[in-house]
Design a protein around this ligand. Structure first.
Ligand code: COA
Length: 382
């Protein structure tokens, strides 16, 4: 048996790679409950909005001695994309930036695990990041409980955990939520949003310098600004339509629990004025919206952010989504303004980083410097 790692060929490899995706759900906790992802027929959908990007496959060739005919099988996949982001220490006049590569969608089929396939996929992707894309760092986000992946990246591949983020998830109810009267919410033009973000995130780690391409992407449903009537506080948030990129589905939940969840939704729809906090339908393929670019200033910034999240909830409801998701640094000062359900959220998304280039330079010690509390989470990488 020989394993070859090569670039994904959509025409030739789609079925094999899709099979690996379907077999390698992330989040199976041993309880039988898992989260499956449907990439809607485009296996590069989570990276192709951040060029340059690459998807690799690991292909096994079974030799004639092992089987009657030569047969090949895709047993692993990985994706990566590269961008320039702000980083490290800055002065008032100078912004430091670096080229970082993001690794995502690593999957190895259960029958071929612990054979070094993931290690080879990561090594080959890093080689491309370094030699072809000129990236200085590579990073990956891993759920704390994913022991296999944490061990792979931190023990075998030389990554260091540098940040813990919180994934905050709010259900979309069947009823509309009213926003407070004293709050004015308006949609910004994309150039206004760009200006605001370039100003406020200029010293935030991981702020992508191509923010304009994110804001102009059709998946970006807009940037919204909330202001307090007659006050000085404000908050802003942008909405990304993940529903057009992938659908999720929770499987392995008992019929009884699914039935109870449905009852809450039926009651919520029938008696919408009661504002029943119904449990969303996560047991059939569903879509979500992702909130990014969360920022604000003033004593009431968190309250205004809560109002913006309410607005985002209503937008998601109109768009047929079941969840509104966001991700912030665990100690982000605005975190308390983001409504979420703990049962659906994850408080330990570990960001692990590795320096790829060997030469010195201004950002050589980025991972060792004190990072700020706020971090920019790129919606293209969700
Ligand atoms: C995580 C995953 C990709 C690992 O794939 P793999 O091909 O089995 O990994 P490798 O054989 O290359 O393992 C390399 C190292 O990773 C670590 N590792 C891999 N699987 C592990 C496990 N189940 N438990 C603990 N460590 C593990 C070990 O350090 C291993 O080295 P060793 O075998 O010498 O001890 C695979 O388990 C998988 O597809 N899981 C589901 C999807 C997922 O979680 N993806 C990661 C998202 S970030």
């Amino acid at each position: 048996m020989k394993i070859v790692v090569r670039e994904f060929d959509a025409e030739k490899d789609y079925q094999g790679a899709q099979k690996v995706e379907a077999m390698s759900d992330v989040g199976g906790s041993g309880s039988g409950i898992s989260l499956t992802t449907d990439l809607l027929g485009d296996l590069t959908s989570r990276v192709r909005h951040s060029p340059p990007y690459l998807m690799l496959v690991a292909e096994v060739t079974y030799s004639e001695e092992e089987e009657e005919t030569v047969r090949t099988e895709i047993v692993g996949v990985i994706r990566g994309c590269v961008k320039v982001v702000t980083c490290g220490k800055k002065t008032d006049t100078q912004i430091t930036s670096t080229k970082v590569a993001y690794i995502l969608g690593l999957r190895v089929s259960p029958n071929h695990r612990r054979m070094g396939v993931a290690l080879e996929l990561v090594t080959r992707l890093e080689q491309w990041f370094r030699e072809m894309a000129g990236a200085e760092y590579a990073y990956v986000a891993i759920e704390k409980d994913n022991e296999a992946s944490v061990s792979l990246f931190t023990e075998k591949c030389g990554y260091a955990v540098f940040r813990s983020l919180s994934i905050l998830v709010h259900p979309v109810f069947r009823h509309h939520i009213n926003t407070p009267r004293q709050v004015v919410i308006r949609k910004l033009e994309s150039h206004q949003a760009e200006e605001l973000y370039r100003l406020h995130f200029s010293t935030t780690d991981f702020f992508p310098l191509d923010i304009n391409t994110i804001l102009d992407n059709p998946l970006c449903l807009g940037t919204f600004l909330a202001e307090e009537l007659g006050g000085e506080s404000w908050a802003a948030v942008s909405i990304w339509n993940c529903m057009e990129v992938f659908r999720l589905e929770v499987t392995g939940v008992s019929k009884m629990k699914r039935g109870l969840a449905k009852v809450t939704r039926v009651l919520d729809r029938m008696f919408s004025w009661l504002k029943i906090p119904s449990f969303p339908n996560l047991f059939a393929p569903f879509g979500c919206h992702f909130l990014f670019g969360i920022t604000g200033e003033g004593p009431l910034a968190t309250d205004l952010l809560t109002a913006l999240c309410t607005h985002a909830h209503n937008t998601a409801r109109e768009g047929g989504c079941e969840l509104v998701v966001t991700e912030v640094g665990s100690s982000d000062p605005l975190k308390s303004g983001i409504p979420h359900w703990n049962v659906l959220s994850c408080d330990a998304d570990l960001w692990c980083i590795k320096r790829l280039s060997k030469d010195g330079g201004g950002v050589a010690l980025w991972t060792k410097t004190d990072l700020g509390q706020t971090i920019f989470v790129d919606p293209r990488e969700v």
